[in-house]
Ligand binder design. Structure first.
Ligand code: HEM
Length: 406
């Protein structure tokens, strides 16, 4: 049996509840959010460490180090939460590839969780110790955390990349005909792809610092000299970081497998162009320019990257006869409706309320009193949550009663 037939046979016999392209789109969109927080976290962590060792040269470095330590602390929790959605969508349409890849490197897939826990604990230790006049030795925790975060990125990369190489699975599963079920190896790493994706952490913290300056302009306790210091640093990091990333993307492009046609695919080069444009724009950005536009530009580049990853995946799997559009569909309207109303209602309104509240309250020094619109959003969020819980349980109970008693 050829591996293409194996992959198609390994699909979930229950099929998918709506057209597979819908899940593909959701996977691409949600991955953008995941990777945006991966980049922000890694960039903020790296910069927090750098600033920590430079704090004797200026009090601004110390302040920045403490601020970015907090950013990375919150960033880790968001990157984890936002990683779940693309993980679920990958498992819906690319289940054979994802599970094979995870089983072939089972020990690493499990080690991923433990190393992430240890890394996060270390980052918390650093966060706790990183205050005015902190001892230099506490930086040790930060280094361990950052190294483990990078290792976790490498594991994620290997799991993603191995899933694209079905032609090699048998060799990894049974090298020389002898089954190796240890799962102890990371079988395939494409360094140009990994280094390029990770390098985007540099401009990510850059555009964040530009937005940081804009955000805190409304607060008197963040004086303009400190904000100008953060913005100038952010602009240098963004300009240099995007230029470096553009170069690394070219390297990834030139190392794409020849037969796949990816090396000459326009979207890969559009991504290179997008990165180059960002680099030039950041270099020339005026100090009076609105600080949130660069973040939007950065998200645009990540959207291109997410699309590109999907094109790469399709090009690798097509020769094996794997095409998501042939996935069996058993349309299930109630669950699709519940999913989208949860996405829009709970995700949009409740999530939107939290974001608005955090955004507005952070711009006020001292006690914050919610404006009318924020208060209304809060009431709407509580109502929607109540409704959602009621629908969720009613739906479950109705199905249970129908299956058990009717
Ligand atoms: C510090 C922790 C993490 C880092 C540094 C990280 C980094 C990365 C990177 C670099 C990629 C792209 C790999 C590539 O395309 O070659 C990736 C993909 C991905 N990550 Fe993460 N990640 C982390 C944690 C997580 C967590 C906790 C989850 C899930 C809850 C997650 C879910 C995903 C998913 C689903 C993908 C895409 C897989 C695919 O398309 O095949 N990540 N991550």
């Amino acid at each position: 049996m050829d591996i293409g037939t194996v992959m198609n046979t390994m699909r979930d016999p229950a099929g998918v509840p709506a057209h597979p392209v819908l899940f593909q789109g959701l996977m691409i969109i949600t991955w953008v959010l995941h990777i945006a927080f991966v980049h922000l976290t890694l960039g903020a962590a790296g910069m927090a460490i750098y600033a920590f060792y430079r704090r004797d040269s200026s009090p601004y470095w110390e302040r920045l180090s403490m601020a970015l330590t907090k950013v990375a602390k919150v960033g880790v929790s968001l990157l984890i939460v936002l990683g779940v959605a693309p993980l679920l969508f990958t498992q819906v349409i690319y289940d054979p590839q994802w599970y094979v890849s995870n089983v072939l490197s089972g020990r690493w897939a499990i080690a991923f969780i433990f190393t992430l826990i240890v890394a996060y604990c270390c980052w918390f230790a650093f966060y706790y110790a990183n205050h005015e006049g902190a001892k230099k030795r506490v930086g040790f925790y930060a280094w361990i955390a950052l190294a483990l975060f990078c290792l976790d990125g490498l594991i994620m990369h290997a799991l993603s990349y191995q899933a694209l190489l079905p032609g090699q699975w048998m060799n990894w599963y049974a090298p020389g005909g002898v089954v190796d079920s240890s799962g102890s190896a990371l079988h395939a790493i494409q360094w140009p792809r990994y280094v390029f994706i990770m390098s985007l952490s540099v401009p990510a913290v850059g555009v964040f610092l530009i937005a940081y300056d804009h955000y805190f302009a409304a607060r008197a306790d963040r004086e303009s000299e400190y904000r100008a210091f953060a913005r100038g640093l952010g602009q240098r990091l963004a300009a240099g970081g995007y230029a470096l990333a553009a170069l690394l993307m070219v390297v990834w492009q030139l190392t794409q497998p020849g037969k796949s046609g990816l090396m000459v695919h326009p979207l890969g080069w559009v991504l290179v162009l997008g990165l180059a444009i960002m680099a030039v724009w950041m270099k020339r950005l005026k100090t009076t320019a609105h600080g949130y536009w660069p973040v939007l530009g950065g998200l645009g580049v990540l959207a291109l990257l997410a699309l590109w990853r999907e094109i790469v995946r399709i090009a690798h799997l097509k020769p094996f006869g794997y095409d998501i559009t042939t996935y069996t569909v058993h349309v299930d309207w109630p669950s699709t409706l519940l999913f989208f109303s949860t996405f829009i209602g709970v995700g949009g309104l409740v999530g939107g309320f939290y974001l608005t509240l955090l955004y507005r309250s952070g711009r006020v020094q001292g006690l914050y009193t919610a404006e009318r619109t924020v208060a209304r959003l809060g009431s709407g969020a509580v109502f929607i949550l109540g409704l959602w819980i009621a629908v969720f349980f009613t739906y479950g109970i109705v199905i249970w009663v129908r299956n058990s008693f009717v």
